[in-house]
Structures are given as C-alpha cells and as structure tokens.
Write a protein that binds this ligand. Structure first.
Ligand code: URA
Length: 207
C-alpha cells in the first residue's frame, strides 16, 4: 500500500476497522525514526475502531514492547481500572500512543521521533474519530493541543480538538505512571478527570 493511500482521504465509518488494520500492518514495518532499531515490535494501538472515547499515551514501555499492546504494564493496569471505573471496558475504547516504538530504557521520546511518528497517530484519529479524546500526560497533551504548557496546568479542563478529520472534546489528564508515583492527590485528580469524561460521553453527540 502506498504512503498516499495510507495517509490519504477519509474512510466511511464502517470501513474504519479494516482501514485501521491496514494502517497497523504498514506501521509494523515503519523505519521512519531510530526507535525502529531497538524495538521488539511496533505497538500500534488497540480497541474499538469506532470508539467514542480514545486515549493517547506517551510510548510503549518494556511490557508493551514485548506484548505488542499499549498500556499492559503497571500504568496500564491503572488505566484499565480508571476506564472500568466509568463503566466501560478496554474493548469499548481505543488506546494509542504518541510514539509506537519503545524508547531505549524508557527515556522520553525525542522531538524528531514524535514528529516522525505523528502521521500514524493522525491516521488513527482520522479513522476512529472519537468524540472524546483523553491525552495522558505531557507528551500527548503538548502534541495534540499544540501547546508548551504542562499537564498540571492544563488538566481539570476541556478543549475543542479539530484535526485529522476529527472533532472532539479533548480532556488532558495525568499519565497513569505519574499517578502511580504521585499518590493519593494525583489519583483523586485523575479520577475527577474521568468523571468529566463520563459526563461528556453521556451528553451525546454534538448537534
Ligand atoms: N506508557 C505509555 O505512555 N504508553 C504505554 O503504552 C505504556 C506506558
């Protein structure tokens, strides 16, 4: 499949699953940045192709790199609990990351790696078209809001998101790994953000 057809025009919603699978297969061979050299496999994304709720994290850690699925380690278990806490399961939502390959030693992704990987995330957004988009931590929030403000300043609010054919409400929240490090106060904050997400989903599709 050509890069043009992968990053090209919109697909009808019913084709999103097939199209996502195609894009995932193409991403599996990606060598657009140096992270390709150290990965076990590309961790593309998981969940419902037509999800109303989509999460974007930072990048795969050790377990994700081994299993090929985002958010399956300790931080992932907390994310799963938070999702279940608002009455959903991981199968109801779509989960992706800013970078699809594990940075060595779990270091932060570099600007050129984020830039190289961004078209894959754009394609996921364009196909899933979530109504509510939750950015987990600084990297996803800065990339998708186009801001240099940090997550502690931005969380607790909601933003209009329009990009890659998607119009959504973007809810920035803390990265689950930061919550694990930060204790009760951080957990209360992330839970409050998930209550906001639940309320937004209940509000129904925008007119
Ligand atoms: N942290 C992330 O940001 N993404 C994962 O997939 C796992 C941990």
């Amino acid at each position: 499949m050509s890069a043009e057809s992968l990053f090209g025009g919109p697909h009808p919603a019913h084709q999103a699953g097939d199209a996502l699978a195609d894009v995932g297969r193409a991403a599996a061979a990606c060598e657009l940045c140096g992270l390709a050299r150290g990965r076990t496999q590309v961790v593309f994304g998981t969940g419902a192709p037509d999800a109303e709720l989509m999460f974007v994290g930072e990048g795969p850690g050790e377990q994700e790199d081994l299993q090929g699925v985002p958010f399956v380690g300790r931080a992932g278990k907390l994310l799963t609990q938070l999702i279940e806490g608002i009455g959903l399961t991981r199968d109801d939502v779509y989960i992706a990351n800013v970078v699809k390959c594990r940075p060595p030693g779990n270091r932060d992704p570099l600007p050129d790696e984020i830039e190289a990987c961004a078209p894959w995330l754009d394609r996921q957004l364009e196909l899933v078209r979530p109504r509510v988009l939750v950015t987990l931590g600084n990297f996803a929030t800065k990339l998708l809001l186009g801001t240099s403000d940090g997550i502690t300043k931005l969380r607790g609010r909601e933003f209009a998101f329009g990009r890659a054919g998607t119009e959504a409400v973007l809810v920035p929240t803390l990265h689950p790994a930061a919550v694990l490090r930060g204790g009760g106060q951080r957990l209360a904050e992330v839970r409050a953000d998930f209550v906001r997400v639940k309320r937004l989903l209940a509000r129904g599709a925008p007119a």
